[in-house]
Ligand binder design. Structure first.
Ligand SMILES: Nc1ncnc2c1ncn2[C@@H]1O[C@H](COP(=O)(O)OP(=O)(O)OP(=O)(O)O)[C@@H](O)[C@H]1O
Ligand SMILES: CCCC(=O)O
Length: 355
């Protein structure tokens, strides 16, 4: 059974669009969005029209008529904590994403685009392993005060797809290995995968962990509280410092790893120091995951587009190779993982989970 699928994945710095014939990609297009371009949108939901136009323009450019599509798979945005699986994008899911209750992510716009198109064309609009897949062990849910439960909010789709791939390379099943997966993208998540479950992971969206190209990661709590009450920043502005305007963006005015590498090559010592600090924080998070896994680590996987950076990878290898072998899977498997998930639904090999 052959199906033509539209696959949508809205990252913090790019809109990725693919069309597949079943699992085989006909094309994948990644349209970058500069920080300058996104700066004018105060809230992520305000990017909706830009993201919708980007998707439709790419389809028109590639001469794909909407009527050719049998289904749509969009990477999920932040919704309530749910088990991994395939879900139909429904109004309740969209309401949860829009509410911001579980964090804000550009994929909420992707979900709405998919839902609207699905309705118009009368075809299923699906999502697979959304970022709020929650498999945390009990200890990992503790924050330090009962009012706040640590949330599982990470690159679940790519982390799990990468982990399965690495397990296969090791000749083992995902459910039989312990892995640490670091997704190094616009946001950074580092997960401890214990026998097929992500038992601990930093909240990569607006919570904790290493700083990333556009996010602040863990901030000293007291200082953050003082900043919030200083009267100098609105709620939206502080949130923007945490997500969108934090990390590399805050220190160097760009989210682009490529641009920063260029500056380093040209002798920019500040850029070198900041890039080194990001690697340092990622390595510390990997070390923390090794402790969670009690040192029983079969491999460390580096994935996401920043894993194309030799400088970052060599730096990380130097710091964490003592824990386990380091394997590279640069870029992300998300488009393929979404198409594969949608095909499991069409073939009936996996049932839809209910949101
Ligand atoms: N070849 C490369 N070498 C170094 N850095 C790169 C390369 N290609 C992309 N990057 C950097 O990777 C980062 C973006 O990664 P990616 O495309 O995985 O993120 P995203 O999908 O926008 O966001 P997220 O991963 O959080 O969903 C940017 O800083 C980009 O400049
Ligand atoms: C929850 C983090 C997911 C992302 O940044 O894409």
């Amino acid at each position: 059974m052959e199906k033509t699928l539209l696959v949508i994945n809205l990252g913090s710095t790019s809109t990725k669009i693919a069309v597949s014939k079943s699992e085989d990609m006909l094309f994948t297009e990644s349209v970058p969005h500069t920080a300058e371009e996104l700066k004018k949108y105060q809230r992520i939901i305000d990017q909706y029209e830009l993201r919708e136009r980007t998707v439709l323009d790419v389809l028109a450019e590639k001469k794909v008529a909407l009527e050719q599509l049998d289904g749509i798979a969009s990477r999920g945005g932040n919704m309530k904590p749910i088990p991994g699986g395939i879900y139909e994008i429904c109004p309740a899911m969209i309401d949860d994403m829009k509410s911001g209750k579980y964090g804000q992510h550009p994929n909420m716009c992707g979900g709405i685009v998919a839902h609207q198109l699905g309705k118009k064309l009368n075809i299923p609009a699906l999502t697979v392993d959304p970022p709020t897949v929650d498999e945390l062990c009990i200890s990992a849910t503790y924050s330090g005060i009962p009012l706040i439960r640590r949330q599982s909010s990470f690159h679940a789709l790519n982390q799990k797809a990468t982990a399965r791939k690495i397990a296969e390379q090791l000749g083992r099943k995902y459910e039989d290995v312990n892995l640490i997966v670091a997704h190094l993208g616009g946001g950074i998540s580092v997960g401890a995968h214990r026998r097929g479950k992500v038992v601990d992971v930093n909240n990569a969206l607006d919570g904790d962990g290493p700083f990333s190209p556009e996010r602040a990661g863990t901030l000293p709590a007291g200082d953050l509280v003082k900043l919030c009450y200083s009267g100098e920043y609105s709620r939206e502005q502080v949130l923007r410092l945490v997500q969108g305007g934090g990390g590399l963006m805050a220190y160097l005015g760009t989210t682009s790893g490529l641009e920063i590498e260029k500056r380093i090559t040209e002798g920019d010592m500040v850029a070198a120091e900041v890039f080194e600090a990001m690697a340092y924080q990622v390595a510390k998070e990997i070390g923390a995951c090794a402790a969670v896994l009690e040192g029983q680590v079969d491999a460390i996987a580096l994935t996401g587009s920043l894993a194309y950076s030799e400088r970052l990878v060599e730096n990380l290898k130097k710091k964490v190779s003592f824990i386990a072998q380091v394997r590279l899977d640069p870029g992300e498997n998300e488009m393929a993982a979404l198409a594969a998930g949608a095909m499991r639904y069409f073939k009936g090999t996996e049932q839809l989970s209910i949101y």
